[in-house]
Design a protein around this ligand. Structure first.
Ligand SMILES: Cc1cc2nc3c(=O)[nH]c(=O)nc-3n(C[C@H](O)[C@H](O)[C@H](O)COP(=O)(O)OP(=O)(O)OC[C@H]3O[C@@H](n4cnc5c(N)ncnc54)[C@H](O)[C@@H]3O)c2cc1C
Length: 336
């Protein structure tokens, strides 16, 4: 029988987890193509340490050369549309590499991670140049520059409603702000305010510890409040409170890319049957993996990888080939 065409959207932890597992477990049975928008991948964990200077880009960025050499096709392009009825996806050419315009599949794995969507916040478009965070390279650099050169003012750190990628990252960011300012000898010139849209700093299991550490560091903690508006040098919370900022480290609410919703595969997140069967309830041949999936777990690297193994196992089971890999959901960072 001809090899089944497996198309994977997203060359991250989850997408490559599926591709690599299928290639290893049933090399002759699948023709695997990973479609991913960039020609490189940057890991998430330890990105916050770029701000302190303890991490370096070259240690956390990899190209896809070894993936191609392993016999997995890699196409660089931005997926804009899934057409389930025609079993194909539509791709826009990304800079520097040619992309196929459409690719047909026998199995589609949707693993594009998350979109940071601040459009629900008033003033977001106008003032987004003021936003820094530990999530994206350009913003990380701006954050580092501002944190290491500003002499006084207020630093605001914002965590959006869960679920968002890497629950502790905003609290880590707050402590990075405190530590760098203290190291520079200017901490007493700053007010540091951590605003959390959730009822506790995340993740909830260590919320008490985070509160204690914030207390010792003189960090002001505001919970259960969303940032409703961003101005040129202030934010307004959803209860009307206005707070001025000099540095605004804000993470936007997260969601899956719009093409998921537009293909009828979910609303904010890709709807799955259950955590061990990541197929769309509507289509047997479309599965999710990683942060884009509506899993009842925190969005992090280990869960993303484990979900990718469940997705690969389901494809092999459906195709009647290969041996399933052993996998269970577990996260060493904290108990889930
Ligand atoms: C700052 C930060 C700190 C973190 N810290 C931790 C930690 O300490 N521990 C932990 O376990 N996890 C951590 N995480 C979370 C972890 O990185 C993610 O949970 C994990 O990367 C999710 O994997 P994924 O494959 O679903 O998504 P990603 O790794 O984001 O991969 C998705 C891929 O799809 C591509 N893509 C997106 N849209 C499209 C499109 N339309 N077309 C084509 N390609 C597309 C992207 O370019 C990317 O390559 C952190 C994340 C960040 C950002």
């Amino acid at each position: 029988m001809a090899a089944r065409r497996v198309v994977v959207i997203g060359g991250g932890i989850a997408g490559l987890g599926v591709a690599k597992t299928l290639k290893e477990k049933a090399p002759e049975s699948f023709d695997i193509t990973v479609v991913t928008k960039d020609t490189f991948y940057m890991t998430g964990p330890s990105r916050p340490l770029l701000v302190t200077g303890e991490q370096k880009y070259e240690r956390i960025i990899r190209g896809y050369e070894e993936v191609s050499r392993a016999g997995i096709k890699v196409v660089n392009g931005l997926v804009t549309r899934i057409i389930p009825e025609e079993r194909k996806i539509v791709i826009a050419e990304a800079p520097t590499r040619p992309a196929l315009r459409e690719i047909e599949y026998d199995y589609l794995v949707v693993a594009p991670g998350v979109v940071l969507d601040g459009t629900s916040i008033e003033g977001y478009e106008e003032h987004k140049g003021n936003i820094v965070n530990v999530y994206e390279p350009g913003r990380v650099d701006t954050f580092r520059r501002r944190l290491w050169t500003t002499e006084k003012g207020t630093a605001i750190i914002y965590a959006p409603p869960m679920p968002y990628r890497c629950a502790p990252a905003p609290s880590e960011t707050t402590m990075i702000v405190h530590t760098v300012l203290k190291h520079r000898g200017v901490r007493e010139n700053f007010r540091v305010v951590h605003i959390d849209a959730n009822d506790k700093p995340q993740p909830p299991v260590i919320a008490d510890v985070i509160k204690e550490v914030f207390d010792q560091a003189g960090v002001e903690l505001i919970t259960s409040r969303k940032i409703a508006e961003i101005g040129p040098d202030y934010v307004v919370l959803d209860d009307g409170e206005k707070i001025s900022y000099t540095i605004l480290a804000l993470l936007e609410p997260n969601r899956a890319p719009k093409f998921v919703e537009e293909a009828g595969l979910g609303d904010k997140w890709f709807e799955i049957r259950n955590p061990t069967d990541l197929r769309s309830p509507k289509y047997d041949d479309i599965l999710a993996a990683g942060d884009a999936a509506k899993l009842p777990f925190p969005k992090n690297q280990e869960i993303a990888y484990e979900s990718s193994l469940f997705a690969a196992n389901k494809i092999m089971e459906d195709a009647g080939v290969g041996e399933p890999v052993k996998v269970q959901y577990a996260f060493l960072g904290w108990h889930i």
